[in-house]
Design a protein around this ligand. Structure first.
Ligand code: GRG
Length: 302
């Protein structure tokens, strides 16, 4: 599937903001170069795009503040990829079609790049210059830290590492992916509406709308991972920008391994349908971009 038309525009804006913020952040040229290498060269910017589209669902928004929030979530994502590729974790040499950070630089630099990107995320959200209320900033920091920490992404990664060479049940696999991959995708949506709302009573979501949006986010978070598992089998290394077949080579539990390719595709379709059905509760809002992101997630080829 072609990327939706608004992806390239959002992506350009996020890249410009990311470039600027990283340049201002570190004056050590090697660390800064490695941070740029790991965050700016390649990548779809799906989480920032989702954050911007979620804020837009509420109506007109201050794009500058939102871009900072979007960059903060991309920093956490980029850090997770750099650390995930380390020899102590997945030990991968290729990411986004180029040598992973510890190969291009060295292991110590890759650890520091991850550390620096993680703290940069929270520095950005807590900055005085960020034009959001103090309450909104605190909420955003809380959402992002919970999603990325020991009850979210880090827990998912820990479960993943412990499960190597083990056959997981479908429920355990789902739990792992909801945390490892899903938590940050869900956070992108919730941060988007939190920043977009920013105490503007006219934009407030009803309880029912909020619940529907959370369900949409949970469905697309899991759908993203199911499609990732399918692509690891049916795609190729050049398109993926990372080694094809690595799940099987590492003997990982995946949706196709547990359900077969057909079963995994059916699961993907179910998640897609449920995500779009949930959005209908928000039909009076600006949900077209969220619908398109859902379609993109299940039909992407990288
Ligand atoms: C090291 C704490 C820690 C966590 C790592 C997210 C993660 C946890 C590991 C990544 C491993 C992996 C490849 C998971 C599959 C799903 C996923 C997150 C793919 C990469 O995300 P994309 O496709 O990447 O959005 P781009 O390059 O487009 O940004």
């Amino acid at each position: 599937m072609q990327q939706p038309y608004f992806f390239s525009d959002y992506r350009r804006q996020v890249d410009e903001a990311l470039e600027k913020l990283i340049s201002q952040h570190s004056d050590d040229s090697k660390l800064r170069a490695a941070m740029r290498y790991s965050s700016l060269l390649g990548g779809k910017r799906l989480r920032p795009i989702l954050l911007l589209a979620s804020a837009r669902a509420l109506g007109d928004v201050d794009t500058r503040a939102l871009l900072t929030c979007a960059v903060s979530i991309e920093c956490i994502h980029a850090y997770s990829l750099v650390h995930d590729d380390l020899p102590a974790m997945d030990n991968d040499a290729l990411r986004r079609g180029q040598p992973t950070c510890h190969i291009a630089y060295n292991e110590a630099t890759a650890i520091l790049v991850g550390d620096a990107l993680q703290s940069l995320a929270f520095e950005l959200l807590s900055a005085e210059s960020l034009a959001l209320s103090a309450e909104t900033k605190l909420r955003l920091i809380n959402i992002l830290s919970k999603a990325s920490g020991a009850a979210g992404m880090v827990l998912g990664q820990a479960i993943d590492l412990e499960s190597e060479n083990k056959q997981l049940s479908l429920a355990s696999l789902e739990n792992m992916h909801r945390k490892k991959t899903g938590a940050l995708i869900e956070a992108s949506v919730i941060m988007g509406v939190t920043a977009g709302f920013n105490a503007d009573k006219h934009k407030q979501l009803t309880q029912q709308e909020h619940q529907a949006l959370i369900n949409y986010a949970r469905c697309i978070g899991l759908a993203f991972q199911v499609q990732d598992d399918i692509l690891d089998i049916v795609s190729d290394t050049q398109t993926l920008g990372k080694p094809q077949g690595s799940d099987e080579a590492k003997n990982k539990s995946t949706y196709p391994a547990l359900l077969g390719l057909k079963g995994a595709s059916e699961k993907l379709q179910m998640l897609h349908d449920e995500a779009l059905a949930s959005l209908q509760v928000l039909a009076s809002r600006n949900i077209s971009q969220l619908e398109q992101i859902c379609r993109f997630i299940v039909s992407r080829n990288q």
